[in-house]
Design a protein around this ligand. Structure first.
Ligand code: GAP
Length: 455
């Protein structure tokens, strides 16, 4: 693939499209919303499901060296002592002595209080974990935390997975799930929120082979985004500087995306060394080692961790797909979403609401929705209906017209090119299947022709 020049899109346009079309709403909006919490609407939930499914398919289903896990969000509180989160997972916070607003000290460096110029307190460390109580008593002994990363679920289950799957090194455990952080500075829509979803892999390798696997995962994860349509020029790898490294990391790279506010982390890939297994062995008193059959020695595996955000991926895919062009003299907003990610794969559009047409269109719709998310739309002009589907990234529209009643053929129109062909209804499913899997778009049936919408 050739390198493309970076492109940036306006965040306001993305937020507006997401709200207008039902991708993402502010949480509890009727009460004025809850700061930096978001609800995924009917289309957003499909996009998110498709992202997670694509990740699971690539990293679990199609690999021999990976198994899945779905660990509890609430974990034994000692987990967070062992992991270092109780001590180390904090941001330095300053408070204005007059208006009592708080900021991250590192973000304010050099400037005075942004709102009222009041005097600031000395920085205090503020732990980012959400605290709650287990059971009916609110006392220190019953404190539990909402996990700030899914990763710890994999470390504490390392031995369980080893014992039950007979996996040999190198192998990984993958998990998708919610994580919570009481972030001080949130914003940029779903980029940084307090409740979010992660897709994480903990890949256990023999010490000494960690560098090789680290490089492997950098490439594998970078290419995952490219395969799903992100322009290469909008992605880059950035190595962490020493002072940026998390307390557990030996080395770390971010896959950065050119978001509307600039380059920012989409996914982090860290070499965690043996930090986690050593810590959990120490705190739990359990042995967390691996018996190497070749050397007849117990080793503590090193861990390579590709950690991606579902919400940040959704934002990147939306930004990258957003486009505007002129179609039939009017502005057309469209999402060039990869078919794998598109919330709706096809829309069935009867040309009129006449009974016979509706019956045929509904029959096609019922048949296709057994395989994919398909929508049915008979409201307003056909041009308007195409535009509605373009705007939400639906790759194909299927138009049922009066001729369809006679020749049992329908028109199928492709979103990006607006090319159309006529196709026997009997060939619709297999054709769509092939197109959605990325086969070259319009292989014509004998005697068929391609024409553009509006011709
Ligand atoms: N287990 C390692 C870990 O959690 P991280 O870099 O803190 O590493 C990994 O988080 C990914 O999770 C980030 O690259 C980002 O995509 C996502 N993420 C982290 N904090 C987030 C937040 N407040 N809102 C949305 N996504 C977040």
């Amino acid at each position: 693939m050739t390198e493309q020049a970076p492109t940036k899109v306006d965040m306001e346009k993305i937020v507006s499209l997401c709200q207008r079309r039902g991708f993402i709403f502010p949480s509890s909006e009727i009460y004025g919303g809850l700061s930096s919490c978001w609800d995924y609407g009917p289309l957003g939930v499909e996009l998110k499901r498709n992202i997670k499914q694509a990740w699971w398919q690539a990293e679990v289903q199609e690999r021999d060296d990976m198994v899945g896990l779905d660990a509890s969000i609430l974990m034994h509180p000692q987990t967070w002592e062992a992991s270092g989160h109780l001590k180390g997972f904090s941001d330095p916070l300053v408070e204005c002595k007059s208006c009592h607003l708080r900021w991250r000290a590192d973000e304010l460096a050099g400037s005075s209080c942004p709102s009222c110029s009041g005097e600031l307190t000395e920085p205090r460390l503020f732990n980012l974990m959400f605290k709650t109580f287990m059971g009916p008593i609110e006392e220190e002994a019953s404190v539990v935390y909402l996990r700030p990363e899914t990763a710890q679920g994999m470390f504490v289950n390392f031995q369980n997975v080893l014992d039950t799957t007979r996996k040999r090194l190198p192998f990984g455990i993958a998990q998708i799930g919610k994580a919570f952080r009481n972030e001080i500075t949130t914003g940029n829509f779903i980029f940084r929120s307090r409740e979010f979803e992660q897709m994480e892999i903990e890949f256990f390798v023999k010490p000494g082979s960690d560098k090789e696997w680290f490089d492997y995962w950098l490439e594998e994860r970078f290419n995952w985004y490219v395969k799903l349509g992100i322009k290469k020029g909008n992605l880059k790898l950035r190595q962490h500087m020493k002072r940026e490294l998390a307390h557990y990391a030996k080395d770390c790279y971010d896959i950065e995306y050119l978001f509307p506010m600039g380059w920012a982390e989409l996914e982090g890939i860290a070499n965690r060394g043996d930090f986690d297994l050593v810590q959990h062995a120490k705190y739990s008193g359990k042995s967390l080692t691996y018996f190497d059959e070749e050397t007849k020695e117990h080793v503590i595996p090193y861990i390579i961790e590709p950690s991606a955000g579902v919400d940040r991926s959704a934002l990147a895919f939306l930004c990258d797909a957003y486009d505007e062009d002129i179609a039939e003299g009017e502005l057309r907003v469209l999402l060039h979403l990869h078919p794998t990610l598109a919330p709706i794969k096809a829309a069935v559009l009867p040309l009129s609401r006449r009974d016979k047409l509706v019956a045929l269109a509904k029959q096609i719709y019922t048949d296709l929705r057994q395989c994919w998310m398909v929508s049915y739309d008979d409201a307003q002009s056909i041009g308007r209906r195409y535009r509605r589907q373009d705007e939400i990234g639906t790759p194909f529209c299927i138009t049922v017209d009066f001729q369809s009643l006679e020749d049992e053929q329908v028109t199928i129109r492709e979103r990006d090119s607006m090319n159309q062909i006529r196709l026997p209804i009997s060939a619709l499913k297999t054709t769509l299947q092939a197109k959605l899997e990325g086969e070259d778009l319009f292989v014509l049936p004998p005697g068929g022709k391609i024409w553009k919408e509006g011709e």
